[in-house]
Design a protein around this ligand. Structure first.
Ligand SMILES: [Zn+2]
Ligand SMILES: [Zn+2]
Length: 340
């Protein structure tokens, strides 16, 4: 019997009779993390990491049936030994390890190798079979260390202040925004859009301490916000919320900024290639560290990355799933009632 199967509803554990990050409503769903493409509405039961629970409830409804586990804890589901392991992607993100009759599968969810100081750092898990994401699975994606990127952001803020400009950072509401808040803490008053503030409150309910911030209001006092830092989600680019900010300079914070001009962000004043995903080298390192004899590549540049793994002598194939792009994503904000 195969331990996992790729079905039209999602990744299915055959003997366990449950799904991992299903995109259709199912009876029992194990969720790697609370980004909207992995944590979808409508399943009868959810299981996720303890830190993910408040954000999952914030996004899917406080009435969902959700159980939690800590990293490394194990649970038996229909004879399958299930455990969660840090993926380093966002707070509470987990790789799912399944063990059945001595055979081990690991489903990565999204992950990054660099310790961001907020998420529990990524831990490689040995397995026979590894399902990996490949969002940035091209050799051109090669991140600078976070410290260097955040130093550049601070310089940019200082430069803007000299020119009486407000620094507007565009960053995904769950994950990136909190990293930015941490990195830019204490420079000047820090404002965040409501959708980020709501996510922050959910994260705080998980017991995570975040820097202090103010909420950006639609009719913001222009004097107060002058020269400050504002963080907004990608869906607000081009909207009046941003246009009303006096003398704003806009910086996009996304892995896609490594390749300028390829996207729709030409109007931005600056771009910082800061990502919550592994870059090309990170993906390779992670795959090798599992020691897996079979690798399934999905969620990104699966064709390029799986072919490259084959060239290295690693048996890899691409699988198609319905996970999206959380480095540029807009749809979650619509779910949260933000008008684009
Ligand atoms: Zn994600
Ligand atoms: Zn994803």
């Amino acid at each position: 019997m195969k331990l996992i199967k790729f079905t039209k509803s999602g990744i299915y554990c055959v003997p366990g009779k449950f799904y991992i990050d299903p995109w259709k409503p199912v009876e029992y769903a194990i969720i790697t993390h609370a980004h909207s493409d992995h944590a979808r509405w409508g399943s009868s039961h959810y299981l996720c990491h303890t830190f993910s629970k408040p954000v999952l409830q914030h996004r899917l409804g406080s009435d969902i049936a959700v159980e939690t586990m800590d990293y490394g804890q194990t649970r038996d589901i229909n004879g399958v030994k299930v455990s969660l392991h840090p993926a380093g992607h966002i707070i509470g993100s987990a790789q799912v390890r399944l063990e059945y009759k001595g055979f081990v599968s690991v489903i990565s969810g999204d992950y990054k190798l660099e310790d961001d100081g907020l998420s529990t750092p990524f831990e490689p898990v040995r397995c026979h079979e590894f399902v990996t994401e490949s969002t940035f699975g091209l050799p051109i994606y090669n991140w600078l260390p976070g410290q260097e990127l955040f130093a550049a952001m601070k310089n940019w803020v200082a430069y803007n202040q000299m020119n009486q400009r407000t620094s507007i950072f565009v960053a995904y509401s769950l994950g990136k925004s909190q990293r930015l808040m941490r990195a830019l803490e204490g420079l000047t008053p820090l404002y965040v859009h409501n959708s980020i503030a709501n996510t922050n409150s959910a994260i705080a309910r998980a017991g995570i301490v975040l820097p202090s911030y103010k909420i950006l209001h639609e009719e913001q006092d222009k004097e107060l916000i002058k020269n400050s830092i504002v963080i907004v989600p990608p869906a607000l680019v081009g909207t009046t919320v941003i246009k009303k900010i006096p003398n704003g300079a806009i910086a996009i914070c996304s892995g896609w900024m490594q390749v300028r001009g390829s996207r729709r962000w030409q109007a931005a004043d600056a771009g910082f290639a800061v990502s919550d995903h592994a870059d090309w080298k990170g993906l390779l390192e992670a795959v090798k560290a599992t020691g897996a004899e079979k690798v399934y590549v999905t969620h990104g540049y699966q064709s390029v990355f799986s072919k490259y793994l084959n060239e290295l002598g690693i048996d890899a194939s691409e699988v198609s799933t319905q996970y999206g792009d959380d480095e540029a994503q807009q749809d979650v904000l619509k779910e949260e009632g933000v008008k684009g």
